[in-house]
Design a protein around this ligand. Structure first.
Ligand code: NI
Length: 200
């Protein structure tokens, strides 16, 4: 219960920040340009390749943070994204979906690759190095923390939002944890439609 409340609180913080970012991007003077959500990254991927945010340009993407040992939030999010991709079908072919681990210690490329076989094959896992992780998380205003457990093991708390980025790599909005599938689909369709004429 406490975990759920913490996740919810962090999601609210992230939504507030995201809302602020979107508000500022409407042409207000930027007191701090760093308020924008997102930023360049180049990370090792579960496909065996490297994913470079520069090369994603021209197509929208959805990105979220988590870890494969996550008991609830991540598998649910991955399941929800898989289901959305299934429903989008061919309409979703432009969409890249990225899952960035906040637990690179345990989430090796091999481990992520095998874990992700349970979900839509279009979802790509990214593994930042321990040095890269704080940078990419900061760029997305994503929170994560290691939480020791009584048995000597550990778990991770993390932001439960899915960030939607448009074809230019600019923050577009979020998908929220356990929101209605119809709402999620509407947001994704809007993202896929946005800027389509401009890029073609
Ligand atoms: Ni999780």
């Amino acid at each position: 219960m406490l975990r759920k409340i913490r996740i919810l609180l962090w999601a609210l913080v992230a939504v507030a920040i995201a809302g602020g970012g979107a508000y500022y991007s409407l042409g207000r003077q930027l007191p701090t340009p760093s308020l924008a959500i997102g930023g360049p990254f180049r990370l090792a991927a579960s496909t065996g390749d490297v994913v470079d945010s520069e090369k994603l340009k021209g197509r929208p993407f959805a990105v979220f943070f988590g870890f494969t040992h996550c008991p609830e939030v991540c598998p649910t999010t991955l399941h929800e994204m898989s289901s959305a991709l299934g429903k989008l079908g061919d309409d979703g072919k432009d969409l890249n979906v990225l899952f960035i681990t906040v637990d690179p210690e345990r989430d090796t490329i091999e481990f992520m690759k095998s874990y992700l076989t349970s979900f839509d094959p279009r979802i790509v896992g990214l593994r930042p190095t321990p040095e890269e992780l704080p940078q990419v998380a900061k760029a997305y205003r994503a929170f994560y923390e290691k939480v020791p457990m009584s048995d000597g093991d550990y778990t991770m708390n993390h932001t439960a939002l899915v960030y939607l980025m448009d074809r230019q790599g600019t923050f577009f909005g979020t998908l929220d944890y356990e929101e209605k599938p119809e709402v999620r689909l509407t947001k994704l369709r809007r993202l896929l439609k946005e800027g389509q004429s401009r890029s073609r």
